[in-house]
Design a protein around this ligand. Structure first.
Ligand code: MG
Length: 106
């Protein structure tokens, strides 16, 4: 599946990026979980003080900033998952199944 290939390529590119900079020494689960929340907060900051309608109709500049933060969140999540040896796709698929049982269709 092409999507699986691009996801795997993204993971491998990120591993190389970190390895080239010897950043693994900083990548404990504790630090990476904190970095993930920090980046999620930066994403949230882009929406602070916007109305509901404004948040649904971002300008191109706002959308670019949001896109950058989505990238940061994804990178942090992938770094965390790599470090914790968690397959994020399988984790999400399993969680959807759990949620479907917890919240049945009315
Ligand atoms: Mg950021």
């Amino acid at each position: 599946m092409a999507q699986e290939q691009s996801f795997k390529a993204l993971q491998e590119a990120l591993i190389k990026f970190n390895s080239d900079r010897s950043w693994g020494q900083y990548h404990s689960p504790k630090n990476l979980s904190m970095a993930l929340v920090s980046e999620a907060t930066e994403l949230m900051d882009e929406f602070m003080w916007l109305t509901e309608d404004q948040s649904r109709a971002l300008t191109e500049d706002q959308r670019s900033l949001v896109r950058d933060e989505v990238g940061d969140v994804m990178i942090c999540l992938l770094n965390f998952c790599h470090n914790a040896q968690i397959d994020p796709i399988a984790a999400a698929q399993d969680k959807i199944l759990k949620n479907a049982k917890k919240y049945p269709v009315p």
